[in-house]
Design a protein around this ligand. Structure first.
Ligand code: ATP
Ligand code: MG
Length: 352
C-alpha cells in the first residue's frame, strides 16, 4: 500500500505488527572512541500492546526508541543486531529511502520534548500538508479529513487547531497535535518518548487517556518511553526496565510492579513514594546512574550499585553481563541477573 492510499483507508483492517529487537548495540562516537549507549538489547513489543520502557536518565531509552524509527544519527550508529517490524522487515537493513517512508508512515513517533518540535513559523495545517508532501500523499482532502478526525477524537476544535501556530496552543494541545502527526498517515507502530513529562498532572492524565484510547481504537503496537513508573502502571500492559544500556527486566506490568526480580527493578520500584502511602517507606537508590564512559565494560552493568552483589559477591557478576533469560516461574518474565538465575536453579533443584 502506498502512503497516498494509506491516508484514505481505514486503519481497522490491518493486524497490529509485532516488533522484535535482538542483540541491538548502538554506539556514539566520542573523543574517547565509540562507546555503547545500548548494549546487546533484546526487546519484544507484542502486537496490540503498550510497552512502557523505563530507566533512569541516560540509561539509553531515547537512543533505543530512535532506532525503531531508523533515526539513529551521527555521532550514533547501530553497531550490531536487528529490529524486525512485521510488514517492514529488519529496519537495520532497509535503505535510507524505505526508512524515510516508514518513519512517520508505518511508524509514528512523538519525540521527547515534542512540545517544541512543531515549527513555530507555520500553522499546524501547513505542517500537515508538508508531512503529506514528504510522504507522497496526493489526496490532500483525505489527509486533512483524517487529521480533523484525529484532533476531534482527542477533544480538540480541529479547524481551529489546524489554523493555529504553536504558541497559540497549550502544552497538552501540542502533545495531542504531536499524536495526530504520528498517526495521520495510519501508522501501526507508535513510539512516544516522554509524552507527558512537561505537562501538569491534569494534562498528563488527559494525554495518557488519549494515548490509551487511540492505541486501542487504531490497533497499534506502542512503545512508551518514560522515567515515570506511575505512567507505565496506568497505561502499559508490559514493562521493560533499562539500566546502563541494557534491558534488565521485561514482563507484564502488573507482575513486575508487584514483585520485581532484578535488583535494579526492585530498587527503582521501591524508590517510588506512593501517593497515599508513607513517604519514609520510599528508599532512594544510592549512587548515580552511569554515563556513556562509566558503564562497566566487564561483568554486570548494575554491579556497583547492587545490594545483592554487595551481600553475595557472586563471581559471575564480575565476569560477565548476564543474558536476559526467562525466569523459572513460567510467567514469561525475562530477567538479566546471575543471582536470580542461581536462585531459580536452586529452587528447581529442590522441587525436582
Ligand atoms: N548525540 C550523542 N552523542 C554522544 N552521546 C550521546 C548522544 N545522545 C545520547 N548520548 C549518550 O547516550 C546515553 C543514553 O542517552 P539517551 O538519551 O538514550 O538516554 P535516556 O534514557 O533517554 O535519558 P533521559 O531519561 O535523560 O532522556 C547517555 O549517556 C547520553 O549521554
Ligand atoms: Mg530520553
Amino acid at each position: 500500500m502506498t502512503a497516498a492510499t494509506q491516508a484514505t483507508t481505514s486503519t481497522a483492517a490491518a493486524a497490529p505488527p509485532a516488533v522484535t529487537i535482538r542483540d541491538l548495540t548502538i554506539v556514539y562516537r566520542t573523543p574517547a572512541g565509540e562507546l555503547p549507549a545500548v548494549s546487546g538489547v533484546d526487546l519484544d513489543l507484542p502486537p496490540g500492546t503498550i510497552t512502557g520502557l523505563v530507566g533512569e536518565s541516560g540509561s539509553g531509552k531515547s537512543t533505543l526508541a530512535l532506532s525503531l524509527l531508523g533515526a539513529v544519527q551521527r555521532p550514533g550508529r547501530i553497531a550490531a543486531g536487528s529490529i524486525h517490524v512485521d510488514g517492514l522487515g529488519n529496519l537495520v537493513e532497509l535503505s535510507a529511502k524505505s526508512l524515510q517512508e516508514a518513519r512517520g508512515g508505518e511508524i509514528g513517533y512523538v519525540f521527547q520534548a515534542a512540545q517544541n518540535s512543531l515549527n513555530p513559523l507555520k500553522t499546524v495545517g501547513k505542517q500537515l500538508l508538508d508531512l503529506g508532501r514528504s510522504h507522497g500523499v496526493r489526496d490532500r482532502t483525505a489527509l486533512v479529513r483524517s487529521a480533523k478526525e484525529l484532533l476531534a477524537g482527542m477533544g480538540l476544535d480541529a479547524a481551529r487547531v489546524l489554523d493555529s501556530y504553536q504558541h497559540e496552543l497549550s502544552g497538552g494541545m501540542r502533545q495531542r497535535v504531536g499524536i495526530m502527526f504520528a498517526l495521520v498517515l495510519n501508522a501501526h507502530v507508535l513510539v512516544l518518548d516522554e509524552p507527558t513529562t512537561a505537562l501538569d498532572m491534569i494534562s498528563q492524565a488527559n494525554v495518557l487517556k488519549i494515548v490509551r484510547a487511540v492505541h486501542t481504537e487504531r490497533g497499534l503496537t506502542t512503545l512508551l518511553v518514560t522515567h515515570d513508573i506511575g505512567v507505565v502502571a496506568e497505561v502499559a500492559e508490559r514493562i521493560a526496565v533499562m539500566y546502563g544500556g541494557v534491558v534488565v527486566e521485561q514482563g507484564e506490568t502488573a507482575d513486575v510492579l508487584r514483585a520485581p526480580k532484578h535488583p535494579y527493578a526492585r530498587a527503582l520500584i521501591n524508590a517510588i513514594p506512593r501517593v497515599s502511602g508513607d513517604l519514609s517507606a520510599a528508599r532512594p537508590l544510592p549512587g548515580r546512574p552511569p554515563t556513556l564512559g562509566t558503564i562497566p565494560t566487564r561483568g554486570c552493568v548494575f554491579r556497583e550499585r547492587c545490594a545483592v552483589y554487595a551481600e553475595r559477591q557472586l563471581p559471575a557478576c564480575v565476569a560477565e553481563q548476564p543474558p536476559l533469560a526467562p525466569v523459572a516461574d513460567g510467567s514469561g518474565r525475562l530477567v538479566a541477573c546471575h543471582a536470580v538465575a542461581v536462585e531459580d536453579q536452586q529452587a528447581t533443584g529442590e522441587t525436582a
